[in-house]
Design a protein around this ligand. Structure first.
Ligand SMILES: [Zn+2]
Length: 323
């Protein structure tokens, strides 16, 4: 309802209605308008900043709940990682060890995701640290589980081939004890019998008369039958698969040919004194994945515990290599 103003007219003794122009009306109205608008803005700001709307309260509660759940999840992920660590330890030290597989290097197990920042889209929020930590934990677990699962594939494969593996790995002494004069030199650092300086002896020397039988120590395929220029003289190398090879050196006779399949205990050659050798003996090496390892750990089918202990004791005392 519009309000009108009146002015007293002394001549007509009556009130005349004052008519305002539109412009004047607007000018009159503006201060009220701005005062009201200003008040509204102030009230809005106060409410917006200090009073939560019902919707905001719901969102806040939800946010707190999410944050709590994230923290809980983080603690559970820590536990999962610790259990996974235990599984990895058992895998390396029991399952893989049983089947003669090397442990998986830590660098491979703990390898991260390289390249671009995977968590860029999680940055810039109040809870960024929490979200990034959780996402990172999940990534680490995913990656480690993948490596672990691959490792179990290996172990299952090895387990399925266990019988074959047991037949193939070198597991007996290549010379009968009754023929043996002595074990002249063990695996490790020794004075070289020819050059007279310390050199690593990659095998074990079994001293026995020329012509003594030499046995293949595991099933395999003969890969080398040759005269070696490297000082081994006449040598035979047998490939046993599963990463294993054995070398029989300084022979006088070779009774197998390259490519021939041999069984554990089969006579493959005779002891001699060929190549860089200072007396009749067999130089015997066990090679695993291209690296010579100590053959003393591969007699377990032959030796009783006390014999094994004696062998270890003799190895520790050293001796002179026949090479
Ligand atoms: Zn030797």
């Amino acid at each position: 309802m519009s309000k009108h103003k009146y002015r007293f007219n002394p001549e007509s003794l009556s009130f005349d209605k004052i008519e305002l122009s539109v412009r004047k009306k607007i000018v009159k109205f503006l201060p009220h308008f701005f005062t009201t608008l200003g008040g509204a803005v102030v009230l809005f700001v106060i409410f917006a900043y200090f009073v939560d709307s019902p919707k905001e309260r719901i969102l806040l509660r939800e946010n707190r709940q999410l944050q709590f759940q994230y923290e809980l999840m983080n603690r559970q992920l820590d536990q999962v990682l610790s259990v996974l660590g235990d599984i990895q330890y058992r895998d390396d030290n029991i399952y893989r060890a049983i089947f003669g597989a090397e442990p998986i290097p830590a660098s491979m197990r703990k390898a991260g995701f390289g390249g671009v920042n995977r968590y860029a889209e999680l940055q810039g929020y109040d809870n960024s640290d929490l979200m990034i930590k959780t996402a990172r934990q999940l990534d680490i677990i995913t990656r480690q589980l993948y490596v672990q699962s691959k490792s179990y594939d290996d172990v299952v494969h090895l387990a399925k081939n266990k019988e074959k593996w047991l037949q193939c790995i070198p597991a007996i002494q290549p010379v009968l004890n009754k023929d043996l004069k002595m074990v002249a030199s063990f695996f490790g650092w020794r004075m070289d019998p020819v050059y007279r300086y310390m050199i690593h002896h990659d095998g074990i020397d079994f001293a026995a008369p020329i012509g003594t039988d030499i046995f293949a120590t595991g099933d395999g395929v003969v890969s080398i039958v040759d005269y070696s220029r490297g000082g081994y003289g006449y040598e035979i190398v047998v490939n046993h698969g599963f990463g294993y090879q054995t070398r029989y050196a300084h022979l006088s006779k070779m009774l197998v040919r390259e490519g021939q399949k041999v069984k554990r205990g089969e006579i493959i050659g005779k002891i001699g004194n060929t190549g860089k050798s200072v007396g009749p003996h067999l130089h015997y090496e066990v090679i695993k994945n291209g690296r010579a390892i100590d053959p003393i750990n591969y007699y377990f089918l032959d030796l009783k515990p006390d014999q094994y202990d004696k062998m270890i004791e003799m190895a520790a005392q050293g001796g002179q290599a026949l090479d």
